[in-house]
Ligand binder design. Structure first.
Ligand code: SF4
Ligand code: MG
Length: 283
């Protein structure tokens, strides 16, 4: 049985001191150990950006891919070797701008990949430009008078795209983040975990203090039911997306690989789907 130390390597991260991505790295290492995988059973695939370096800092199989393309690679890895626990990771620019087409289709496809986005509301690697997650009015080098575009509410989008696992966390809450990544790894299907991971160098608005003041934990909402998509959507809208915890999970919908004929004898077969198409379309 591996411990989180077994997922460490000797590469020193070159993130800025205080960057939120350090905690995400630690949480992935802890979660992998907690779910009982060993380094050779884990693959971490990342995109481009400061956060994209993460695949090089974890002792596992890893691939630092191209911009916005962590998900096609990760899905290919999973389909080629379904015994692997596959993590895809990157930043908000990587996943929600150039990579957004892949994100939406990975969500609806529901391949068993855990996608962890380090969301700092900015492009950090290129020294501070507005990202799709930047709030309207946000001033950067690319928007000196303030952004005139709206921020994309990715959690709401994930729900409407048919996601079976939607969670959000904050990099300074290592315990919750580790637990959510564990749940994502154990979920049979695609899991999206958006992590508020502050860029201490270029984002002077969405700081650790800002998140502590503005985030609401779902644990504080009485009778919150993560199996209710309606409650999930209402809660996201009420809090402008600024919630942390397991937002929504659907354990009924089979994963993509469970539906591939001949892979899982107990899974749905093509014949089952034909016979019960109405039910399948509702999933
Ligand atoms: Fe982290 Fe920002 Fe530094 Fe990049 S520039 S390593 S996101 S703090
Ligand atoms: Mg970013």
């Amino acid at each position: 049985m591996a411990t989180f130390k077994d997922f460490r390597n000797n590469v020193k991260p070159n993130w800025c001191p205080g960057c939120g991505d350090f905690s995400v790295q630690a949480a992935i290492q802890r979660a992998a150990a907690n779910v009982g995988v060993v380094p050779e059973e884990l693959a971490v695939v990342s995109g481009i950006g400061c956060s994209g370096r993460i695949s090089g800092y974890i002792n596992s199989y890893g691939l630092h891919g191209i911009h916005g393309r962590s998900l096609p690679i990760a899905q290919g890895v999973k389909m080629a070797n379904r015994e692997l626990t596959v993590v895809a990771s990157g930043g908000d620019g990587d996943g929600f701008a150039i990579g957004m087409g892949h994100t939406v289709h990975a969500i609806r496809r529901n391949i068993d990949v855990t996608y962890i986005v380090m969301d700092n509301q900015i492009y950090g690697l290129t020294k501070g430009q507005t990202s799709p997650r930047s709030e309207m009015g946000f001033k950067t080098k690319s928007t000196p008078d303030g952004s005139i575009e709206s921020s994309l509410n990715v959690m709401e989008l994930a729900l409407t795209a048919g996601s079976t696992f939607v969670a959000q966390s904050f990099s300074s809450d290592l315990k919750e983040l580790t637990s959510l990544i564990e749940q994502g790894m154990e979920h049979k299907g695609f899991s999206l975990i958006n992590v508020f991971s502050p860029c201490v160098t270029f984002n002077k608005v969405n700081t650790y203090e800002w998140f502590k003041e503005n985030l609401t934990s779902l644990n504080t909402i009485e009778n919150y039911d993560p199996n209710s998509k309606v409650q999930a959507m209402n809660t996201l809208m009420e809090h402008n997306g600024l919630v942390t915890g397991l937002i929504y999970q659907n354990t009924e919908k089979p994963s993509y690989e469970e539906m591939v004929q001949g892979f899982n004898e107990e899974g749905l077969t093509k014949q089952d789907l034909t016979m019960d198409e109405t039910k399948f379309n509702q999933l």
